[in-house]
Design a protein around this ligand. Structure first.
Ligand SMILES: *Cc1c(COP(=O)(O)O)cnc(C)c1O
Ligand SMILES: [Zn+2]
Length: 422
């Protein structure tokens, strides 16, 4: 195996197995043997005849999991997601050079597929029979699909009544065993860690360092699409902080290869009611204090983010920032992104809402080059979308509602004319 696990706290190294924490309590990360690698190789894979290199993850295999035999790769394939510019969104944020990388275009509708293809392939390499995760929704949807493809038994632990309907329906449809845990995501996370230890399930949460390796490819692919020209800012919604960690690791890889010279600043955006990372960063603390999370954006409704120790280094090393946005700001940004024809789920819109707030605060300049990552698909959370537009979302005054109207059939043509004038 040319790759090892290494503790981010004490530096101790391990063979990659199914233990994801160091004896000292620190998180483990994957380290590969240094390589010299030519950019022409990834270019030549842009028009491949099929898997695995047609995948926006496995195109970069040598930087992700160099030692994995190709026949073990479980791929859909994932990635190859588009980058959009929309004037309405640029105007809303206050930055002309603003683009959105839409990770909701992955096979199961979120970026989680990028980490899942790597971690499920690794589960096969280790001979696992069953895989498990705790999830705010998208991890379970993704795991269920990849477990089905790989013929592995999938078991997901979700916080009862807390996950969006689109995501729950995917986990059920793809055939995983769905176990509802009373409490929040953080409770489900505790249960799955115990269950996987006790029952020998291979754990597929983002504490699994292979998930982070796969998620690095959001950055590889983004920069590849831009001809390896980095933007000034990359803005990402932050829940469990896997993406923030992965983005920093990816940028470090690219600097080491000499493929980029400048490192973009990373801005991690949390929901106001689920912002333990923001509180830690703002207060200059060295340890994260968990809290009870509350937000409409269920994908980032996390009070005890597992990857904070990796993520805080990324923020510091990229001269990044952490910001918070309210649920009302998230839903308004979503309405603008949706209304531009691009569309995303609530948590994803946190990046756009955060960009707007950072521009207003003068942190991001109007002529900066900014990329917002949209993490999930519009169809994931129909209740939030319909609730917003019909004014039924608790505690939110919709500023851009688009409620359906009822046709008056007694004077149909007059009614129609009136409705279309509105
Ligand atoms: C998982 C998820 C997030 C949170 O990402 P982290 O890596 O946990 O910070 C944000 N948005 C969506 C749509 C997600 O599925
Ligand atoms: Zn350690």
């Amino acid at each position: 195996m040319p790759s090892k696990f290494k503790c981010v706290r004490c530096g101790r190294e391990y063979e990659p197995g199914s233990v994801f924490r160091c004896e000292c309590g620190g998180l483990l990360e994957v380290v590969h043997e240094p390589i010299k690698w030519d950019r022409h190789i990834v270019d030549s894979r842009l028009c491949p005849m099929g898997a695995p290199y047609s995948s926006g993850v496995w195109r970069y295999k040598e930087l992700i999991h160099p030692g994995l035999p190709a026949e073990l790769i479980v791929t859909r394939p994932e990635g190859n997601t588009n980058v959009y510019h929309r004037s309405a969104v640029s105007e809303f944020v206050g930055v002309e050079r603003l683009t959105m990388k839409h990770e909701g275009e992955n096979p199961t509708g979120s970026f989680k597929d990028r980490g899942m293809t790597v971690a499920v392939s690794e589960a096969l390499r280790q001979g696992a029979k069953a895989v498990a995760c705790a999830s705010t929704g998208n991890t379970s949807a993704s795991m269920a699909a990849y477990a089905a493809q790989a013929d592995l038994k999938g078991i997901v632990f979700i916080p009862e009544g807390e996950i969006a309907y689109g995501k729950l329906s995917q986990a059920l449809a793809y055939g995983s065993k769905v176990i509802q845990v009373p409490g929040s995501f953080d409770d489900a996370m505790r249960v799955v860690q115990e269950a996987s230890k006790e029952l020998g399930l291979y754990l597929l949460n983002s504490i699994n360092p292979w998930r982070i390796e796969g998620q690095k490819t959001i950055i590889f692919e983004l920069l590849h699409q831009r001809g390896w020209e980095p933007p000034d800012w990359i803005i990402v919604p932050a829940g469990n902080l896997g993406n923030t960690s992965a983005f920093g690791k990816a940028l470090a890889d690219l600097v080491e290869l000499g493929w980029i010279q400048k490192v973009p600043r990373i801005a991690s955006i949390q929901a106001e009611g689920a912002a333990p990372f923001y509180k830690m960063w703002k207060g200059g603390g060295e340890v994260l204090e968990s809290l009870h999370p509350e937000t409409v954006a269920t994908a980032i409704k996390i009070g005890n983010p597992v990857s904070w120790e990796k993520a805080i280094r990324v923020i510091r090393e990229t001269e990044g920032v952490v910001e918070v946005v309210s649920d009302a700001e998230i839903m308004e940004a979503k309405a603008v992104v949706d209304g531009s024809g691009v569309g995303c789920e609530p948590a994803s819109a946190a990046s756009v809402a955060g960009a707007r707030k950072l521009v207003a605060a003068g942190v991001i300049k109007p002529d900066d080059d900014v990329v917002c990552v949209l993490t999930g698909n519009l169809l994931k959370d129909p209740d939030a979308t319909v609730g917003y537009h019909t004014g039924k979302l608790k505690g939110i005054q919709a500023r851009r509602p688009n409620a359906p109207t009822r046709l008056d059939t007694t004077s149909m043509s007059a009614s129609l004319r009136r409705l279309l004038r509105e």
